[in-house]
Design a protein. Structure first.
Length: 276
């Protein structure tokens, strides 16, 4: 039994390329426009515009780096295989220090945890949280020993493969558990592998997952049982909520900093013009 991650769907691959190329072009224009203005009108009061040049240059660097990460991910697809004695996993992740190669004896597997992972999240407005975000979730398995876990992220196009793995551990009578918390978000690094491993070992975080052969109904039943046991409010607690709050603060202070920066640039230009 084996599983290899799929390549990105063609629609999203084209969307990512077009979006990144547009952002690189925009950042390049922001970098070049002030330089062109200073070149054709070399006045001292235009010197503060060099700050915008630096910001545009950073934007070009950042989006090129993002594009390289996309290319890297397409060339490095995680692979997992179960033999008669061992579980082998080669996990590739764009998050820092999350790529790992593992080999564990099947006899050392103590439990398996099923949880949803975020593979894509879109917001109607990139700056103002208006509208309903679109969230795409995929099933993820954490196969745990006493000291480590092998994490497998399944594509939604491979639900049958996911059921095959669940069924395999069910037949081996390996304890199955479930949590509805979002503990992994591709590229966002909301939690490390070690942090998830520690969470899976805490009391009052998991609930037994009863597999009957219908994975959709089984997950719904497990989610309802988890909420009934621990409460709906606790479902929101965890890495995703902490990351979202952190991002909200970053957006807030970025907006404030942008306004202050524009005011300072304009004021410095007026001051230099007055002094010269």
């Amino acid at each position: 039994m084996s599983y290899t991650e799929r390549k990105t769907e063609l629609f999203w691959w084209i969307f990512y390329i077009v979006a990144i190329l547009m952002l690189i072009s925009l950042s390049f224009a922001i970098m070049v426009a002030p330089l062109a203005l200073i070149w054709y009108n070399p006045q001292p009061y235009l010197i503060p515009l060099l700050v915008i040049v630096a910001l545009g240059g950073f934007g070009v660097y950042w989006f090129i780096l993002t594009f390289r990460q996309l290319l890297w991910k397409e060339r490095h697809r995680s692979h997992y295989e179960v033999t008669s004695t061992d579980l082998f996993g080669r996990t590739w992740r764009v998050e820092a220090e999350e790529s790992i190669e593992q080999s564990i004896p099947l006899e050392k597997i103590e439990r398996v945890v099923f949880f949803p992972a975020i593979v894509r999240k879109t917001q109607p407005s990139p700056t103002i949280p208006i509208g309903r975000p679109t969230i795409e979730l995929c099933p993820m398995l954490a196969i745990l020993t006493a000291n480590e876990s092998v994490e497998i992220l399944f594509d939604m196009r491979d639900v049958h493969q996911f059921e095959r793995w669940i069924s395999y551990f069910h037949e081996r009578e390996t304890p199955l558990f479930y949590t509805p918390k979002w503990l992994h978000w591709i590229g966002a690094n909301i939690a490390t592998r070690q942090e998830r491993f520690e969470l899976f070992n805490r009391p009052n975080e998991l609930i037994p997952f009863r597999y009957t052969g219908n994975i959709a109904e089984d997950e719904t039943a497990a989610a309802e049982a988890w909420i009934e046991t621990y409460g709906a409010d606790r479902q929101l607690e965890g890495p995703h909520e902490a990351y979202y709050k952190k991002q909200a603060k970053i957006r807030k202070w970025t907006a404030i900093g942008t306004v202050i920066g524009i005011v300072l640039i304009a004021a410095s230009m007026l001051l230099i013009a007055a002094l010269t």
